[in-house]
Design a protein around this ligand. Sequence first.
Ligand code: GTP
Ligand code: MG
Length: 597
Amino acid sequence: MKIREQMNIVVVGHVDHGKSTVIGRLLADTGSLPSGKLEQVKVSCERNARPFEYAFLLDALKDEQAQGITIDTARCFFKTKKRDYIIIDAPGHVEFLKNMVSGAARAEAALLVIDAHEGIRENSRRHGYLIAMLGIPQVVVLVNKMDLVKFDQKVFESIATDYGSFLKQLGVSAKEFIPISARDGDNLAFASDKMKWYDGKTVLDHVDAFVKQQDDDAKPFRMPVQDVYKFTEKDDERRIITGTIETGTVAVGDDVTFLPSYKKSKISTIEGFNSPEVKTIGKGHATGFTLANELYLPRGEIMCKSKERHPMVGSRFRANIFWMARAPMIKNKKYKLKIASARVTVRLAEVLSCIDATDLSSIQGRQQIDRHDVAECILETTRAIAFDTIDDIQFTGRFVIVDNYDIAGGGIITHAINENDNAINRQINKRELHWDTGIVTPADRQSVFGHKAKFIVITGAEQSIALAKHLESSLVKSAKNAYFIGPSSLADGLDSDVVNETDNREEMMRRLGELARILTDAGLLFITALGDADTYDLQLLAGLTSPNEFIHVSIGGHEDGASANKIIISEKLNLSAMVVAIIGRLSQQEILLDYAI
Ligand code: GTP
Ligand code: MG
């Protein structure tokens, strides 16, 4: 049996402009009401001597639903030949926004109702704004109560022109206007004979013409890495990378890239849990993979296919946030951002615009985001994350913000933005501006020590620490000014105040980088080993060491991108051979001057 397609539509509009009547009509005219419901409501109206309203149908349905199951938002359903619809009547904006940003409800299209007689009201504009903020891609504007303006084409056109240019300003492009009389059913399910001048689609035709977001199966492959397990058998060095596939499909033999680290490999096997072996797997499956080479992968990476469009990687992006916590979101405070399986520290960098969700009034010049505000803002994470924009892939375009273990807000990513202007670069610029150098120049030190200063970071296999120590020893034996420190040496000293914090990595990296800036300034060959460092750790460390120099020694070279500052050495060599290889390269690059091995 073919599963029928489903689409979520939200109906918004100023008070009394006719939202509920439109919905009631759609339910009635498509035959989606429970049998006898329409008659029952009509009879009850007659009995109470009040005129029948299509809007009453919703109340009648609500009562019925409330007796059975609990209803989260005002939702109802109707069917056309083409597909099933879930209509979200959005009377309580707060509830609706909460559901939208948390992902509980997702409107794929919006119907915006404007009363032809009353014209565009403040809420009509706010709702347009809301639709733009939430990234709802398709909108149809229903100019309702045309009977009250004698079905006058001019009234319709003036509203369409005014409101059309307003929506355009907001960047909402997919918009159409339909003149209707919801009460009488004109242009709802059937073309009206009272507005012959209108030859466009009816509301129902339009709703059926809404484009379903590209099916997730057809989208690029995305799997947030949840965990990495080692096989338990002795001598079995393989690891299983696990997670749930959110979009796309993947097959054994596919080249894959992990972001934000840019580590690459190839899929060797797909490991089902108690299920027969498969060669290809797709969206919705919780699964595991073994790879052709072993990677150190922190949780939070997104696995994607090397040949497909990648998620964006960056630490600054534009987002629309809905804030729910009592305490406002303020600038320069650290929050935790959860996106897919990643968790990073995030700061509010800028508030671009803000509306109060309780009355949808817009607030100018806001520097913080208060409870129940919807804000368009710029967020900055301390570490780069991999993400997609909301209009591309929902799952990786949506996040929540945690403050003190509570979910404080949620949001969607609308754009990536310029990388260079981020907090860490600003801090480095400030530091360099105030750096007070002595009389001794780097060249002076170089000629005395017989080498340049460098921060050398060794990554890769488990022997990276041992290699770093051997390198130090070899250099010192030939009278070079080398010094090794391992991350564990800092834990109870330099990092003692942050070591027990969750997600302390960024801060520990920052301190290590600052230490490197100082020790390279002292002319040292400063060496450390970070088995699991990724591209972003390394970029951060290189940035913090600057203007002094940084070099990355990779055992095996499994991270992406060879660069001028990278030495790759084979993992097959023994330690002394590795040391010789590194020293050879350092001499070649004239970092070590007159070195005799
Ligand atoms: P709220 O939920 O209170 O914000 O209102 P709403 O937007 O759901 O409006 P509703 O559908 O309840 O309609 C408000 C009033 O407008 C009702 O009295 C309807 O009968 C009336 N109305 C709706 N559509 C039409 C129409 O096409 N013509 C006329 N003349 N009245 C209409
Ligand atoms: Mg209503």
